[in-house]
Design a protein around this ligand. Structure first.
Ligand code: NAI
Ligand code: MG
Length: 333
């Protein structure tokens, strides 16, 4: 079977890490038919659109995309391509596993966390306006439907994969109505899952608790913005943003992408770590029921890390993006 996959290399370090990952995927023996598209500023230059219609159509058809990061301008400019795609395909669950690769050092070597981030609402609905000069309103939207389905996703994942505990992370002491609704929905869903412990922690305390002792957590259930921030915090447990994978999942489509952004500070230098996107690609292979290929890449990745022969700079090595990919390919052969 050939898998048709929409491929969005993105910009910044995106094309470099995507190329590395595609080379490795091609070597698994699984057959891919890539439909490649530009997005963001790059697409605007070519097509006059930030997201070309053909890209939407491709994801709609293929149901699966592999995506590099796309730069989002701060302040003015265009809306986030990432947020737009997640909303367009109703990819309501952002799934981010945090686990240390063998051979890497961490203050918390046993860390094993699942971050489940609501991916379509909260502060990310893009409802902002200037009331009068000097006063801006930004609207946060929380719905019963959105909160219930993300809670259900977290509990079902936990049950299926033998996770023991879920904590809802919130600020319902201040955002009484919005975070209050999010919590009520999570609590209600939790009643159907007596096999899984359920707890609630306030977001600021959670950040401190995570840094003091992340072992107390198992699965974190968060609204969109809290999930965004806590994901980067948790990336630090396992070596940083170059490592942590992600999946944007809906009922119909899925887009696999790393947690990190386009890293303009290191773009174009062949020094970015492609591991985060590679681990996202492993999640994609499992989603495609290509378990054997997923295991093969995972094993090769673990070999490269545990042998410490070719690591990228972000984790203390001197290898480049391309030579790191070569090492993974060699470990697979
Ligand atoms: P960033 O995640 O791009 O970079 C943060 C830090 O981590 C930088 O020091 C960078 O060098 C490092 N880093 C990130 N990925 C790395 C990798 N694979 N290997 C080694 N080091 C890595 O965050 P930043 O700088 O805040 O955002 C840059 C741009 O990316 C912004 O325009 C932002 O909007 C966009 N962005 C896009 C995302 C997406 O496409 N899904 C997600 C996050 C940010
Ligand atoms: Mg982020």
């Amino acid at each position: 079977k050939t898998h048709k996959i929409t491929l969005i290399p993105g910009d910044g370090i995106g094309p470099e890490v995507t190329q590395a990952v595609v080379r490795i995927l091609e070597a698994t023996g699984v057959k891919f038919d890539w439909e490649q598209f530009a997005a963001g500023a790059e697409a605007f230059e070519i097509f006059g659109e930030y997201i070309p219609q053909a890209l939407y159509d491709s994801i709609e058809r293929n149901k699966v995309a592999l995506k590099g990061p796309v730069t989002t301008p701060i302040g003015g400019g265009f809306k986030s391509i990432n947020v737009t795609l997640r909303k367009k395909f109703d990819l309501f669950a952002n799934f981010r596993p945090i686990k240390l690769l063998p051979g890497l050092n961490s203050h918390w070597p046993g860390v094993d966390l699942i971050i489940v981030r609501e991916n379509t609402e909260g502060e990310y609905v893009g409802l902002e306006h200037e009331v009068v000069p000097g006063v801006v309103e930004s609207i946060k939207v929380i719905t019963e439907k959105g909160s219930t389905r993300i809670a259900r996703f977290a509990f079902e994942y936990a049950r299926k994969h033998g996770r023991k505990k879920i904590h809802s992370i919130h600020k319902a002491n201040i955002m009484k109505l919005s975070d209050g609704l999010f919590l009520r929905c999570a609590r209600k869903v939790s009643e159907e899952f007596h096999d899984i412990q359920y707890g609630e922690h306030i977001i600021d305390n959670t950040c401190m608790q995570l840094v003091m002792n992340p072992y107390q957590y198992d699965t974190l259930l968060l609204e969109n913005l809290y999930g965004d921030i806590v994901s980067d915090l948790c990336a630090a447990f396992v070596g940083g943003l170059g490592l942590v994978p992600g999946a944007n999942l809906g009922h119909d489509c899925a887009i696999f992408e790393a947690v990190h952004g386009s890293a303009p500070d290191i773009a174009g230098k062949d020094i970015a770590n492609p591991t985060a996107l590679l681990q996202s690609a492993i999640l994609m292979l499992r989603h495609l029921d290509e378990e054997a290929a997923a295991d093969k890449v995972q094993k090769a990745l673990e070999t490269v890390y545990s042998e410490k022969k070719c690591l990228t700079r972000d984790v203390g090595g001197t290898c480049g993006t391309t030579t790191f990919a070569d090492a993974v390919l060699q470990a697979m052969a």
